[in-house]
Every structure is written in structure tokens, then in C-alpha cells.
Design a protein around this ligand. Structure first.
Ligand SMILES: Nc1nc2c(c(=O)[nH]1)N[C@H]1C(S)=C(S)[C@@H](COP(=O)(O)O)O[C@H]1N2
Ligand SMILES: [Mo]
Length: 427
């Protein structure tokens, strides 16, 4: 990177720029493709490489900025608002520690939070009567539950779409699975009384609009009643047995496992029970909506042909080893990671070392509870020295597998569940 660039400029240098750079670099050194080498290593299955595939060894990018209280290895995409993703090798724990949990903020973190006077109000056309709880009311009135739930940003993987989609250029790390403790939204809704015409809930959080205009709502999304009424849908005050981190919604947030994490409202102070699909900011247009039917890349899509994203698609990560691993003469590698599938579970897990020509079945564990991610592992034997990629592919309980290439283009670059790839060099 140009030494003359200021820190500010560096922050705004998006993944997009870097990828374009790496792509250009790859094309400039196109001899590589012919010789079939990467960083001095022969690409062993070069004959199996899909045309135009950029070796994953070229797509790494540096970090350099930090969010208070978060692991220094998180990749900060933006510092106003804070947006940071977790590189896959830092997601190796079965339960993601708070300091490694990704951050996606649309506005500014609220200031001067006092948990002692924090309240949550239930209101809207479809509640019997508005009710306000203090945090201690909530804890005293309802039974607490703890579930391990996957939160994944709907835009995770956005950086791979072409034509590029605007927004944070997430690679694969806008995901985590923590143990959340709170009360069931269902119990609270049943307690306050919901009218038969209730369709949706919508949340309101205390974060500030980037303009600092207190009248502007940053984001207000929600879920249909059937998701709101699931046992695992929580109003949570704790992550992994401790207070929520400030960046992740302290002191109170919603958690809807398996749905776009944008439904899991942070700094929660109000829930509206609606008699129609909630219409807060980021519920309409191209926000968290995708074409109901596939479209050609770059195509304009009419508003009525866009559908709200609900359960996230099946996906997996290789969390060990880190991409770029060098293997010795034993040519043996233990690989492991997680797999998840929105509202479903993961039925099978496979890996490939020959660009998807053949697949090897992995050992796959059960989820700790519904909507938690599952751990998988495998042992790979490489046939000879050279450059390889390990690709991981999960299949959900309905038989749908991850695509090897980026799936259906959509205007905002959501739902990229392509196979995760890591680079491996065998010495
Ligand atoms: N109040 C509020 N809630 C929010 C957001 C926000 O900007 N403000 N961002 C949403 C989005 S888009 C995502 S992906 C998740 C991210 O949760 P995390 O920061 O705890 O990882 O929070 C969601 N809840
Ligand atoms: Mo998100």
C-alpha cells in the first residue's frame, strides 16, 4: 500500500479496491496461470481449476485498526460507524468469545447508557395494552434461557459479487455463534397480550443516526410472528455469561438465530407489535431484500419483485488452519470448522482439495441446541508437493448444498454462501 496514504484514507480503502488490485496483479502476472504456480509452488490440480478462478492465496488483506474491547485481529471495514469482521481462523472456538464477535453498526453506539434506568416498552397496533418493563422487571418476571445462536449479517460475503454491490465489503467473517441469555420474546408477548391480527414485530434501538439527529431512526427491522414466537427467540442481556459488549447492543438486544442478523435489534428499548409487515427503515427497497426470482447480474429489479430475506442459507467455515498454511513432508493436514443452515440443521459436510472435482466426507457433530452452529473435522492427505486449496461444503437437512461459486446476484449483495476456501502449500 502507498506509504503516503493517511490513516483515514486507509480506513476508506475498501476490500473492493484491494480485490481489484489483487485481480489486476493476477492478470499482470498471468504467466502464473500458464505455468500453474502460486508463490513458487506448483498448483497441483491446476487442470481442475475453473477458468478465471483467482487463487485464494491472493485475496488476503491486511488489518490495522482496532475497536475498543475487540480482538486486535478483527478486520475493521469502517470506523464510523464501527464495522469489523472476524477472520475465519479467529472463529475456531465452538462458542465465539465476545471480543472476537463481529460488529455491524448502521449508526453510532449510544452514549451514556445507564442500565439501572433502561426500559423496554411493548406497544404497537396489535398489543392489548402498551407495557414498559425495567431490566430488573424483565429478569424478575420471566424465566431466563440460554441458547447458542448463530448471528450472520445478511451481507456476509458481499465482496465477491460482480457487478459489485455497495455496502460493507464483508469477506466471510460477519458471523459468530455465542451463548445468549435472556427471556423468551414469546413469554413477554404472551404476558402483555397480542391481538389476533398481529403479523410482525419491529424493534427500536437507542443508537444515534450518523447525522446525530435524535429524530432519525437508524434501523428498525423485525420478524413475522412465527419467528418471534419461537422458543429460541430471545430478548438477551448477556453473551457468554457476561454483559453484552457495548458494540453488540449493551444492555439489551434481540437475538433471532439463523435469520439475517439485522433482525436482531441492539440497544433495544421498544418493540412494536404490528398488524402489518413492519415498515421501519431498512425493511423496504433493496435493504435486506433480494429478488424473489433469480435475475441477471446488474439487472434492475422492480420493488414488488423484491422479497424480505428470512432464514439464511446453508454455509460453513474452515477455522483451522488459517489460509496460507504450510504443510511438511508428512503431507497430512487436520482441518476443522463450523457449519450452519439458517432455520435448519446441517446434515453433511464435505471438503475438496482438487477444486471441487472430488469430495471427502467430514465428521460432523450435532448442534448444542437448535440454531447453533455445528463443528466438523477431517484429515486430508495431499498426493504431492505444491499449492492446493481446501474447499468446504455443507449440505442442509433438506439436501441443499453450498454452491462452489458465488450464487444468485442481487442488488445489495446478500446471501453469498459460496464454499469457503483456504490456500495450503505442501513443502
Ligand atoms: N439498533 C441496531 N441494531 C442492529 C444494528 C444497528 O445498526 N442498530 N445492526 C444490525 C445488523 S445489520 C447486524 S448484521 C447485527 C450485527 O450484530 P453484532 O454487531 O452484534 O454482530 O446487528 C443488527 N442490529
Ligand atoms: Mo447486517
Amino acid at each position: 500500500m502507498d506509504k503516503k496514504r493517511t490513516d483515514k484514507e486507509k480506513i476508506s480503502a475498501t476490500k473492493e479496491d484491494m480485490q481489484t488490485d489483487t485481480r489486476r496483479e493476477f492478470i499482470r502476472t498471468a504467466g502464473l496461470a500458464l505455468i500453474g504456480t502460486v508463490f513458487g509452488s506448483r498448483i497441483v490440480f491446476a487442470d481442475k481449476m475453473p477458468a478465471g478462478l483467482i487463487p485464494v492465496a491472493f485475496t488476503d488483506h491486511p488489518t490495522g485498526f482496532e475497536i475498543p474491547g475487540k480482538h486486535a485481529g478483527l478486520v475493521v471495514l469502517n470506523d464510523k460507524p464501527w464495522n469489523a469482521e472476524t477472520p475465519p481462523h479467529l472463529l475456531n472456538d465452538p462458542i465465539t468469545p465476545a471480543h472476537k464477535f463481529f460488529v455491524r453498526n448502521n449508526g453510532l453506539v449510544p452514549e451514556n447508557i445507564n442500565r439501572n434506568n433502561w426500559t423496554l416498552t411493548l406497544e404497537g397496533e396489535s398489543v392489548e395494552k402498551p407495557v414498559t418493563f425495567t431490566l430488573s422487571d424483565l429478569k424478575a418476571t420471566f424465566k431466563p434461557y440460554t441458547y447458542q445462536l448463530v448471528l450472520e449479517c445478511g451481507g456476509n460475503g458481499r465482496s465477491e459479487f460482480n457487478p459489485p454491490a455497495k455496502g460493507n465489503q464483508w469477506s466471510v467473517g460477519a458471523v459468530g455463534c455465542a451463548a445468549w441469555t435472556g427471556v423468551r420474546l414469546k413469554d413477554v408477548l404472551e404476558h402483555v397480550g397480542v391481538k389476533p391480527d398481529a403479523v410482525y414485530i419491529g424493534y427500536y434501538g437507542k443508537d444515534l443516526h450518523l447525522s446525530r439527529d435524535p429524530n432519525k431512526v437508524v434501523i428498525s427491522r423485525g420478524v413475522p410472528m412465527h419467528k418471534a414466537m419461537e422458543e429460541e427467540s430471545l430478548i438477551a442481556w448477556s453473551m457468554n455469561g457476561e454483559d453484552l459488549p457495548l458494540a453488540n447492543g449493551y444492555p439489551l438486544r434481540l437475538v433471532f438465530g439463523g435469520w439475517p442478523a439485522s433482525t436482531s435489534g441492539k440497544w433495544l428499548y421498544k418493540i412494536a407489535v404490528r398488524n402489518k409487515v413492519h415498515d421501519g427503515p431498512k425493511m423496504t427497497g433493496t435493504a435486506y431484500r433480494v429478488p424473489c426470482n433469480p435475475v441477471a447480474p446488474g439487472q434492475k429489479v422492480a420493488d414488488e419483485d423484491m422479497c424480505i430475506i428470512e432464514g439464511m442459507p446453508v454455509k460453513s467455515l474452515i477455522t483451522y488452519p488459517k489460509t496460507g498454511a504450510i504443510i511438511g513432508a508428512e503431507r497430512l493436514l487436520k482441518v476443522n470448522g463450523h457449519a450452519w443452515a439458517g432455520d435448519l440443521s446441517v446434515a453433511e459436510m464435505h471438503i475438496s482439495i482438487d477444486f471441487g472435482s472430488t469430495w471427502q466426507k467430514c465428521t460432523l457433530g450435532p448442534p448444542a441446541n437448535r440454531l447453533a452452529w455445528q463443528q466438523w473435522k477431517a484429515e486430508v492427505k495431499f498426493p504431492e508437493r505444491g499449492y492446493y486449496e481446501v474447499w468446504a461444503r455443507a449440505t442442509d437437512s433438506r439436501g441443499r448444498a453450498q454452491p462452489m461459486v458465488v450464487p444468485g446476484w442481487n442488488p445489495k449483495g446478500y446471501l453469498n454462501n459460496a464454499c469457503h476456501r483456504i490456500a495450503v502449500k505442501v513443502k
